[in-house]
Design a protein around this ligand. Sequence first.
Ligand code: SF4
Length: 343
Amino acid sequence: MRPFSYTRAHDVGAAVAALSQERTAHLIAGGTNLIDLMKEDVERPTRLIDINRLDLKAIEDTPDGGLRLGALCTNAQTAYDERVRGRYPLLSKAILAGASPQLRNMATNGGNLLQRTRCYYFYDVATPCNKREPGSGCGALNGVNRIHAILGASEHCIAVHPSDMCVALAALDAVVQVEGPRGKRAIAFADFHRLPGDTPHIDNDLAGDEIVTAIDLPPQGYPAHYAYLKLRDRTSYAFALVSVAAALEMDGSTIRRARIALGGVAHKPWRVPEAEARLEGSPADPENFRKAAQAYVHGARGRGGNTFKIELATRAIQRALVQAVTMDTRDDPQLHRTTTEPR
Ligand code: SF4
């Protein structure tokens, strides 16, 4: 690990000012990803700005009936908050599907959004990686790419975003609140993370001198019909090969509103609004679910090791939609793990 200096910020303005003054500085909160990256010599900040004492730890009702999640709330606090569990159980379940209890106790909501890909080559400084070192190449394109993207990738990068929480936030139409030297702004969750294109080193639309302050959830949390289905190589402490966040509003057996986001398949949580729109007003039946699943993987491309994900995603979407309609998850091992976890 390289030498760096350390500063503690006591308010958002001070954190923003410190970031603006030293563009090679880095904010640190839970540190569950950044410290690993520093140890591996992937991230090389000259200064760490500790933001753990900023007043961004509240979960508050918003005037429109939604909920505001402070950026510095831990993932565990968020997942176990009674309002989140009751009104946004999809989010709670997705968070608890990720990482381990120890990591969720440290990791913050803001940090979850900003965590970096787990592409093996990104972490191995002896290999080429356009995300770590622009212009150096991509080791995964013709390498070991079992965990990599099938949608929205480019010839410069086929990495995926690793978060579970973000997949649920995408389905819930969350909004990211940020603050910087030019003031405050709100970013729709669908616009927050970027596709790699020819700039894979840029993960999201947060400017280098801005800080995430909160995540807003809209009033509709789909508590009656939701599913978070995560498929992975082992049933705990593993990143998704494919995950599906499905949220439905039902009118009898007809779908009134549908929101579906995929994880593990792209550089950002993957939404296909046209497919959701086609489901709306349709009967919740296997044929419509099959068509929706096919629309979601339209244009998908495998690179050899990850080609299996196309069929896996197709099936996972259909299964998640059935789970969301019936709320029957008896065959879901994740359910048993999360509901027996100590609070
Ligand atoms: Fe780097 Fe992206 Fe290629 Fe992985 S997939 S080696 S992160 S450029």
